[in-house]
Design a protein around this ligand. Structure first.
Ligand SMILES: [Zn+2]
Ligand SMILES: [Zn+2]
Length: 429
């Protein structure tokens, strides 16, 4: 909806600009609109009214006067507008009884110039700004009214956040909520709704009419002690003013920037008392990680994890003597870099009979079938260097074994070879 409206406006504007080339009297334009930055530059109150209704960025291009006293000017519900006073002034014509701007949607006011002002004193009873169900943020500007009968900012319902600016006075009604983080307040401030002050300078009195009012910080010319929040201190200064300060306390740090293997992260906490002050802590950088197991660091830092070498497995053979009364198991290994080497031997006819034999001695060669054989001869693998054996004697005719050779690596892990089954009858056949 908003886009279509703006498009229509820019078409109207284009038509206006063509019209300007025709030599007729040309009225000063109410506003210009830059689609690329979604910015209205307004020159009249009618232009401001159009821009506030559409939303987006609004810059005052001149001092303007509210001269139409019949219509209420509002930021509508669901519309967000940012108004830059740009050092200019909005005033109102006499006899105008509405607030200059009513906030039903979201309005932020700032001032990129000097002394940008909204001033309602010409029409004594008008507030400068009235929040009615919307949300108002003020970062800068002067907000002036006749304090005998009117309000600079009237938070009737909805929310206001004041970060800066100069105000004659300020109030919050029953349904309203306001947080003042900074700014100067010349005259009284009062609330019957909810008001929190975290900072600012206050020259007038503070009142409450049954609302909640908590002060966590600020400079006060009237003693504000009855509204000072728990956990905060008030001190009377030599010049007769009072300063309220929060004894900030930070406990709940939440990770706001995750650490990586090369960068530290950040954890941020809000003050437990005032919830406006924040503190940051560094989170140490992490180790490289490889959750996807591709041996490359998941943070793309370029680090590569060492790929594990394929574990060495010992070989296994067996021989019987001529009558089958003995069997000799023969395993070969590649080096002496093991804690232990040996066999696990299970009686295949009674699997509960199983035993682990650690070899105390290894050989460079053994004699088998009248021939001297090295580990390389036995296995056909030049890398095999040492031989370990285990012999079982006095075998019955049906002797059969399930055998595994193994090495215990220097890190304590065990690597088993393949399980082999040897039946003496089959070996003799
Ligand atoms: Zn605090
Ligand atoms: Zn890494």
């Amino acid at each position: 909806m908003q886009k279509t409206l703006k498009k229509t406006l820019s078409i109207i504007l284009a038509v206006l600009m063509i019209a300007a080339t025709i030599p007729f009297a040309f009225a000063a334009e109410d506003y210009t609109y830059d689609e690329a930055t979604d910015t209205y530059t307004v020159y009249t109150f009618a232009g401001l009214e159009t821009a506030l209704t559409a939303g987006g960025n609004i810059i005052l291009g001149a001092d303007i006067i509210r001269d139409d006293t019949t219509v209420l000017t509002a930021v509508p519900e669901n519309i967000t507008a940012v108004l830059d006073l740009n050092g200019n002034t909005i005033t109102t014509a006499p006899g105008f009884n509405y607030e200059i701007i009513n906030v039903n949607g979201n309005l932020t006011i700032k001032d990129s110039g000097i002394n940008g002002t909204i001033d309602s004193t010409a029409s004594s009873v008008s507030p400068c700004l009235r929040v009615e169900g919307g949300s108002l943020t003020i970062d800068a500007g002067n907000f002036i009214c006749d304090t005998n009968v009117a309000l600079a900012v009237d938070v009737f319902s909805g929310n206001a956040v004041i970060n800066g600016g100069a105000f004659t006075n300020f109030n919050v009604l029953d349904e309203g909520k306001a947080v003042i983080n900074g700014g100067e307040f010349q005259s009284e401030i009062w609330t019957s709704g909810s008001l929190i002050i975290n900072g600012g300078t206050f020259y007038g009195k503070e009142y409450t009419f049954g609302g909640t009012f908590d002060i966590y910080g600020g400079e006060f010319h009237e003693n504000p002690s009855k509204y000072v929040a728990e956990g905060c201190d008030i001190t009377e200064n030599d010049n007769g003013t009072w300063t309220v300060t929060c004894n900030h306390s930070f406990t709940n740090y939440v990770e706001t920037t995750a650490p990586t293997c090369t960068e530290t992260g950040i954890a941020t906490a809000k003050c437990d008392i005032c919830s406006i002050a924040t503190d940051e802590k560094e989170i140490p950088s992490t180790d490289h990680k490889d959750e996807d197991c591709d041996y490359k660091c998941d943070y793309d830092c370029g680090y590569e994890f060492e790929k594990p070498e394929e574990a060495f497995k010992p070989s296994l053979n067996a021989q019987t003597n001529a009558d089958g009364s003995q069997i000799r198991f023969v395993a070969c290994v590649d080096s002496l870099n093991y804690k232990e080497v040996g066999f696990v031997i299970t009686n295949a006819n009674n699997k509960e009979q199983t035993t682990t034999k650690i070899s105390k001695t290894v050989y460079n060669s053994i004699v088998a079938g009248g021939k001297k054989l090295t580990a390389a001869d036995i296995t056909g693998d030049e890398d095999m260097k040492y031989i370990l054996t285990y012999t079982v004697k006095n075998l019955p005719e049906n002797a059969a074994f399930e055998v595994i050779s193994f090495v215990v690596n220097l890190d304590g892990t065990i690597t088993y070879g393949e399980t082999e089954t040897y039946t003496v009858a089959d070996m003799l056949a």
